[in-house]
Design a protein around this ligand. Structure first.
Ligand SMILES: NC(=O)c1ccc[n+]([C@@H]2O[C@H](COP(=O)([O-])OP(=O)(O)OC[C@H]3O[C@@H](n4cnc5c(N)ncnc54)[C@H](O)[C@@H]3O)[C@@H](O)[C@H]2O)c1
Length: 457
């Protein structure tokens, strides 16, 4: 295939060399005459393992051109990659100046080109940037997105130092697209690259790189804080983390990674607090570990705020224990939400098939009695009664009996704290605590926003 790559820095130069090695014809574009000259003489613009050999081979085979002429590059390729820098501004925002400049150049060139063109954004950009790039190209080319061209997100996952190896062996290839032709062409381009080829929404793809990099940074500082505590206790942190990583069920796994409600129960709050206190006793600074509880408390407050914002007084709480299938109320985060709502004068009805107040004993009973001594006035053992008497339903666990709620009770406002449904075709207002709208009912979605401004208080 014939491709052009705008930006011959780390990402662009590696992409150009690797794509040429896969048999594609590559036109590298840069504003730096020096970089263009280097590539024209078969030399890379960066220092990386294996890059010299690949660039030279690409140059020798005639599969790598370099130019400063954007129009030439667009005219002679079917896909244009954008791989220019997205540096931080002084305030910490992302500067998209280079990206939008290139979008304008591609748009101007496209105005004169016949045939469908794909623009693939390889640079790291925030959700919404691809849409803006599409608008700029429409404005400058006079052409229509989806008809004459499209913009796809194709984030780069390489690490400097192992960039060539990472490019040719990515953990996965990610395409955010809304155009079938573009997906087929991107699939063809990467057919010799191993790893899963994932097609998703453009905004999801745009989000991924930030999530990846922030998580990688979090892993590093978490490992370091654990190491610092271990050192103070004369424990070998490398042995600790080696064993930590062997648990692929709970530690290095998808478990606990689903956005939703706060954690609770009798172990996580207690033990993370104990580790924090231990660190403090040894004068070890652990800001990341210290902030865990605060973040968890904020998520409880977010739940309360969501419910309050609905502007309805009658609220049904579906699930009180700290997770489905247990009657353990100790440190159940929803108990804190209930306490806050009662304090604000809400009319609550609570249902949890596992929680029989008369049968609760021991520390479980002590906990709930200390928090909400008059709880029995709000707890019902009949789900239908709770739902019928409430305007807002707060779903706090994934009990099977809640599955049919949207179908059985259209019109209620649902606040979902646990992603009880993956999508809901629901004629009522639905809001998840930590995800964008998944209500697929178009009529209802049009109404959202208008309704919510009314309040009964
Ligand atoms: N470096 C990495 O390890 C890495 C990994 C993954 C993603 N990324 C992302 O990829 C993007 C590029 O990063 P990089 O490290 O390759 O940047 P870089 O600064 O090394 O290269 C950017 C290149 O773009 C060129 N350029 C600027 N404006 C241009 C224009 N109008 N037309 C053509 N070329 C132009 C610059 O001259 C430069 O050579 C960034 O968004 C970065 O966050 C980087």
């Amino acid at each position: 295939m014939k491709i052009s790559i705008f930006g011959m820095g780390y990402v662009g130069c590696v992409g150009a060399a690797c794509c040429a090695s896969l048999g594609h014809h590559v036109i590298g574009v840069d504003v730096s005459p020096h970089k263009v000259e280097l590539l024209r003489s078969g030399r890379p613009t960066i220092i990386e393992k294996d890059i010299e050999r690949l660039v030279w081979a690409a140059h020798e085979s005639g599969r790598l051109e370099a130019t400063m002429d954007a129009a030439y590059a667009v005219e002679n390729s079917e896909i244009s990659f954008i791989a220019v820098g997205t540096p931080s501004t002084k305030e910490g925002h992302l500067s998209l100046d280079y990206i939008y400049k290139v979008a304008g150049q591609i748009g101007e060139a496209l105005g004169k080109k016949k045939g469908f063109h794909i623009v693939a954004v390889r640079s790291t950009v925030l959700p919404g940037t691809n849409a803006r790039i599409g608008e700029i190209i429409e404005e400058t080319s006079g052409k229509k997105r989806d008809q004459d061209f499209t913009v796809v997100s194709n984030p780069e996952f390489l690490r400097e130092g192992t960039a060539v190896h990472d490019y040719l062996n990515p953990p996965l290839t990610l395409i955010g697209a809304d155009n079938e032709t573009a997906v087929d062409r991107m699939r063809a381009l990467y057919e010799d690259i191993p790893g899963e080829f994932i097609v998703t929404d453009i905004r999801v793809a745009e989000m991924m790189k930030y999530v990846n990099n922030t998580y990688h940074a979090l892993k590093i500082v978490f490992g370091n804080e654990i190491g610092n505590i271990c050192k103070a206790l004369d424990v070998d942190s490398h042995k600790v983390m080696e064993i930590f990583c062997k648990d692929t069920q709970l530690n290095i796994s998808p478990y606990y990674f689903k956005p939703g409600f706060a954690y609770g129960g009798s172990c996580l709050p207690k033990d993370s607090k104990a580790l924090r206190t231990l660190a403090r006793d040894h004068y070890i600074e652990t800001p990341v570990i210290n902030s865990i509880e605060e973040s968890n408390e904020i998520q409880k407050k977010n739940a309360v705020d969501m419910i309050v914002e609905k502007g309805r007084r009658k609220v049904g709480i579906l699930g009180l224990s700290f997770k489905a299938g247990t009657d353990d109320l100790r440190c159940s985060p929803i108990v804190d939400v209930v306490e806050a709502l009662l304090g604000k004068g809400f009319e609550l009805r609570i249902y949890d098939k596992n929680v029989k107040l008369s049968e609760i004993t021991g520390t479980n009973k002590d906990f709930i009695m200390a928090k909400i001594p008059h709880l029995q006035h709000f707890v019902y053992d009949d789900l239908d009664r709770v739902v019928s008497g409430s305007d807002v339903l707060v779903v706090t666990n994934k009990e099977a009996e809640f599955t049919d709620l949207p179908k059985k009770y259209p019109g209620k406002i649902i606040v979902d704290l646990v992603r009880a449904w993956n999508e809901v075709d629901y004629e009522g207002n639905y809001e998840g605590i930590s995800w964008g709208n998944i209500n697929t009912n178009e009529k209802q979605n049009e109404k959202i926003g208008k309704d919510m401004t009314e309040t009964e208080f």
